[in-house]
Design a protein around this ligand. Structure first.
Ligand SMILES: Cc1cc2nc3c(=O)[nH]c(=O)nc-3n(C[C@H](O)[C@H](O)[C@H](O)COP(=O)(O)OP(=O)(O)OC[C@H]3O[C@@H](n4cnc5c(N)ncnc54)[C@H](O)[C@@H]3O)c2cc1C
Length: 266
């Protein structure tokens, strides 16, 4: 790890000021990705601006028909939240299968969403539920937020403050986890809104970024059944390939995970 300065932010404005004054400062949330990357010398920020003391960015509340979760809320708090379990149990379940207890007690929603790891769980729920990402300067729709591998719509000095998830009528998440890290090799999130007139199917882990499978969404709008998506195949071109799974295997897993999620909803 290279040398760096550490600053514990006292407010979002304070974090932005220090970020603006540094050459290559980085926000620190749970540190579950940033610190290992620094230890491996793959990142060398000159300043770390710790958001850990910003209680205004922690918490879960219901606002009209949305569940709004502060960016600094850790995965374990989402997993165990009575509010999330009541209104979006699929989101609580998703948070509960991220990594291990240590990761779930340190890693945050904002850190995960900002990091946009192609193999992370939250992007599937953010896009699957059509969430809105709130930053210090604007609201960004989930469909516009994730651009590519570790790339989002966030500008250089923009801080995610919360994510607002519209409450679905029903939803489910199924993932095929990497047996070591628990990151999804492929994860599929399905959500139903407006009495079945709006269905969203989002996939994480398969490609450079989370994406929706519109062919499945259309088929499910016509007939909400496992049979409706049984013969839909997803093109493996441009899919991720590594020692854990080929592109074709990931494409196959999308069908399997989608059917499992659908069975859970049905
Ligand atoms: C062993 C292990 C297993 C894991 N398994 C899984 C898994 O199964 N599924 C999964 O989805 N994830 C997994 N993770 C990742 C983990 O869940 C964290 O969510 C993730 O590391 C990022 O969150 P963090 O709070 O630790 O962010 P940090 O590491 O602190 O920050 C990550 C990046 O986001 C930026 N950032 C942080 N907060 C904000 C903000 N509010 N606004 C703007 N930018 C911000 C930081 O500057 C940094 O660039 C795993 C991690 C580990 C170490």
């Amino acid at each position: 790890m290279y040398e760096f300065s550490y600053h514990k932010a006292e407010s979002i404005e304070d974090a932005l000021t220090v970020l603006g004054q540094s050459d290559d400062g980085k926000l620190l949330a749970g540190g579950m990705t940033l610190l290992p990357t620094m230890k491996q010398r793959l990142a060398a920020p000159d300043t770390l601006i710790d958001l850990g003391g910003l209680t205004s960015m922690v918490g879960i509340e219901k606002q009209d028909s949305n569940i709004v979760i502060g960016a600094m809320t850790c995965h374990a708090n989402v997993e165990h939240s009575a509010l999330v379990k009541k209104h979006i149990p699929a989101l609580a379940a998703l948070a509960g299968v991220i990594g291990d207890p240590q990761v779930r007690n340190r890693g945050t929603l904002g850190g995960s969403v900002a990091n946009a790891d192609p193999a992370s769980d939250y992007p599937a729920a953010v896009v699957g539920l059509g969430a809105t990402i709130q930053t210090n300067q604007r609201s960004i729709a989930a469909d516009d937020f994730f651009i590519d591998l570790f790339e989002t719509e966030l500008e250089e000095h923009e801080i995610i403050t919360s994510v607002s998830f519209p409450i679905p009528e029903k939803a489910a998440y199924q993932k095929f986890p990497n047996p070591a890290s628990r990151y999804p090799v492929v994860g599929v999130f399905i959500a139903i809104y407006e009495g079945g007139k709006d269905i969203r199917v989002a996939v994480t882990g398969a490609a450079g970024s989370v994406f929706r499978v519109t062919e499945m969404e259309q088929a499910l709008l016509e007939s909400f059944s496992v049979g409706a998506i049984e013969n839909i195949t997803v093109d493996a071109d441009d899919f991720n390939e590594d020692i854990h799974a080929s592109a074709e295997y990931r494409a196959h897993l999308i069908g399997v995970m989608a059917k499992r999620a659908l069975q859970q909803i049905l």
